[in-house]
Design a protein around this ligand. Structure first.
Ligand code: ATP
Ligand code: MG
Length: 408
């Protein structure tokens, strides 16, 4: 069907009271930026954006709307004057194009403009009567095959038979920043998506151990970041690559096998803490899910957390792997994450990591060797790379060799 308009409704911003307009403006600003190259026009109020398509393919706009947090849903349809005859005619046009003759059609009216002289149920009834001459239409039926909504506003009415649920959440940029520990796995990109959904800008930190972790693992991180950048208003994402090889080797040389994983995680968190402070970020986030692996038991989380007093957010804490996978598929990171390349955390993994480690023992195993300088070295040698939307970074074998040389 050729639609005239898209009517996008905001989500949770309705809870924002006096600040609502600041949130709305943020959503609209992002929308304007993301659709700058499309031949559309739009206007907005405190609860919607009305987009006139001007012959632009609706799917191109929908693709952008799906990635703008703060937009809860959007309807595709036609627009007409707020007059009952016009509404009836437009509804019939919509039904003709969107419904087949045997489908049960229900009309629902929202009279956003209370001065409109006919009450909502009566509008639905009148439209149903008009349309029912040709179609199986009604307004009070249960289990309809199709719902046609009629939204009456002062200057126009929107008639739509197709509503799409968008990403919801809060507009990014109003909630501050988080430093996301991004591996190449399935979980952490989903955590990043959920953080952005709550309005946070994310920077990522990735630990790499070349030459043990291959360039293909790094490529995964770039590709995941490219994907996440589509959700960010500025379409750019910072990644801090931490050269972890030396410290990781020292950990496995100095710490008993069953505590090596715990100590490694503690070191990673110490480094993240320092990077976050350096960049004035006040929140660290991970893709951990309680009970998923040995490092994600309550005891283990406690022992790891003890090295930092920064808030550590785990958006996936109480989610099942299947739920996480469903989101990963929806946001397009799943296929990247399942490419089989080693992550630094899967290297040197001891056969029996402690699932119930405690802080005292972890400290004891850390006191016997000098790791402080190595942690500082990791922070100092961290390399920042910016990934821009629409400009994928492709690593080749030459780059691989050059990077590996740096670590020899
Ligand atoms: P993921 O699918 O995100 O890799 P996972 O189930 O494999 O998660 P772990 O490998 O135990 O879990 O990692 C737990 C969390 O630690 C990850 O979600 C991520 O936030 C962080 N993490 C793991 N490896 C790295 C890495 N190389 N760089 C940065 N963060 C990492
Ligand atoms: Mg992992």
């Amino acid at each position: 069907m050729k639609y005239d308009i898209i009517y996008a409704s905001f989500g949770e911003v309705f809870l924002k009271g006096k600040n609502k307009m600041a949130f709305v403006k943020r959503i609209v600003k992002t929308f304007a930026k993301k659709t700058a190259d499309l031949q559309i026009s739009y206007s907005y109020t405190d609860d919607n954006i009305l987009i006139e398509l001007n012959d632009c393919d609706w799917q191109k706009v929908a693709e952008k709307l799906d990635k703008i947090f703060g937009i809860y849903s959007y309807s595709l349809g036609k627009i007409c004057k707020s007059e009952i005859d016009e509404i009836c005619k437009t509804a019939l046009e919509i039904v003709r194009e969107e419904a087949s003759e045997n489908e049960k059609i229900k009309f629902e009216t929202k009279r956003g403009w209370k001065q409109f002289p006919i009450k909502s149920p009566d509008v639905s009834r009148l439209v149903a009567e008009f349309v029912s001459e040709k179609f199986n239409a009604n307004y009070g039926i249960s289990n309809p095959d199709k719902i046609v909504t009629i939204t009456i506003k002062p200057h126009f009415t929107v008639v739509s038979a197709k509503k799409i649920i968008a990403s919801g959440g809060l507009p990014i940029g109003v909630g501050g920043r988080a430093l996301l520990m991004l591996s190449g796995g399935i979980d952490s990109p989903v955590a990043g998506y959920l953080l952005m959904k709550r309005g946070l800008l994310i920077d990522c930190v990735h630990f790499e151990s070349p030459p043990h972790t291959s360039i293909k693992a790094k490529q995964k991180v770039f590709d995941i970041a490219q994907n996440l950048s589509l959700f960010l208003p500025e379409g750019r994402i910072n990644i801090y690559f931490v050269p972890f090889t030396k410290l990781q080797k020292e950990i496995f040389a100095n710490v008993p096998q069953n505590y090596a994983m715990t100590v490694m995680r503690r070191m990673m968190l110490r480094i993240c803490d320092k990077i976050a402070r350096k960049h004035e970020i006040s929140l660290i986030a991970t893709g951990e899910s309680i009970g998923q692996v040995a490092s994600q038991t309550p005891k283990s989380i406690n022992t790891i957390n003890a090295v930092s007093n920064m808030p550590i957010i785990r958006p996936l804490a109480c989610m099942d792997k299947n739920e996480i996978i469903n989101i990963a598929k929806k946001i397009g990171t799943f296929d990247i994450s399942i490419r089989p390349f080693e992550d630094c955390c899967t290297l040197f993994v001891p056969p029996n990591p402690a699932t119930m480690p405690n802080i005292e023992k972890a400290e004891k195993f850390e006191n016997s060797w000098n790791w402080q300088n190595l942690v500082d070295e990791c922070v100092e040698n961290t390399q920042k790379i910016i990934v821009f939307e629409g400009k994928p970074i492709i690593l080749d074998d030459e780059t691989t060799k050059e990077i590996c040389k740096l670590f020899e």
